[in-house]
Design a protein around this ligand. Sequence first.
Ligand code: FES
Length: 214
Amino acid sequence: MSKALRYLSKTRPQAATNLMGFYKHSVVALDEKTRFLIQIVTKITVGTERGLRQYAPKALKAGATKEEILDAAMMAFPAAGLNKLLDAIDILNDLDLLPEVEEDSSNQKQVSKNLGALDQFPVGRMQSVKRPDGDLIVYRATADQIAVYDARCPHSKANLCDGTDHGDRVECKVHNWTFDLESGNCIEPRIDGKEQDLIKVAVAVVDGNVILQG
Ligand code: FES
């Protein structure tokens, strides 16, 4: 449940219950996969990133293929227009919910494993590192202690480089999950399970530079 719905369920419990009840009981004939694919079309049409990030993974979980998710996105085009469709394609790509594209290996560039000089990462501040092979977030807890994480939020893969920087914590802008940057642990919401935590990326400091391992 989003932070906003949690808020409404406390301040306007009857309205929130009725609203959730409407969503739950209004559609009876469509199967789950079809409902989630239609949700993709509507979320793209109204231009809600939060909704698309919420429902597109549900469509996959309900049995939709990545081709079907792409088809659903394309069906939004007549009503949504090109800009919303392209934004949606970026989000679906970010969520790894689009069919693979065969890359011409002769055009692939080698991506450097060097994230930069250790000293360019200030102590106690989150830093984003944008990379063609996936964005990273870097946190230097002390002068010689550095942690690097996959920037995709473990919840629905929003980019935490766009999250709110709270110094030693980062808060996802989509559903407000919050992570401790020293340990990578999810601290809000508190649910047991490793899959909640940030994915650590192995690095070593070599000659004053932060180098990706593996
Ligand atoms: S994508 Fe939902 S909290 Fe980050």
